[in-house]
Design a protein around this ligand. Structure first.
Ligand code: AMP
Length: 143
């Protein structure tokens, strides 16, 4: 029987995150596994308003602080101490793959809106994580 020892929940910090986290916690309890949570922030870089370059470093920093606070606030509820809370800058799919491999996770959970038809072709973060993952991926159906 498959068993999971290290589980990673990827969250976008929207209200659907709770559904992903609740399922991840249930899986962690079931398998007596360690649960970690990750959020990836896409780099904003520089935006240009007319000819005036706008430095978004401060906004990026605020996004990072918000994500860290979110993970810290829920850390107790989901039994994830600070070293199991990850805020990473980059492309969500790429960084989740990288973290899952580097941290030897054996299960990654993402939320899925159950899109179908043409929207599947457009790709989504959950599809991106599923494709190319070296471990199991559980897509939690979001109501
Ligand atoms: P999406 O495919 O963008 O609708 O997102 C579906 C799921 O992908 C979310 O419920 C999360 O599990 C995961 N996800 C999306 N964006 C991020 C992000 N920035 N960081 C971590 N996980 C994410």
């Amino acid at each position: 029987m498959a068993t999971y020892k290290k589980i990673l929940a990827a969250v976008d910090l929207t209200e659907e995150s709770i559904q992903v986290l609740d399922r991840a916690r249930s899986m962690a309890i079931l398998y007596e596994a360690e649960l970690s949570i990750a959020h990836v922030i896409e780099p904003l870089g520089y935006a240009y308003g007319g000819d005036i370059p706008m430095d978004l470093t401060e906004v990026q920093k605020q996004l990072e602080d918000h994500a860290k606070k979110y993970l810290k606030d829920i850390g107790g509820k989901y039994n994830t101490p600070e070293d199991q809370q990850h805020v990473i800058i980059g492309r969500p799919e790429t960084e989740i793959h990288r973290l899952a491999e580097a941290g030897d996770y054996d299960l990654v959970l993402v939320g899925s809106h159950g899109r179908h038809g043409i929207q599947l072709l457009l790709g989504s973060t959950s599809n991106g994580v599923l494709h190319g993952a070296k471990c199991d991926v559980l897509a939690v159906r979001i109501d």
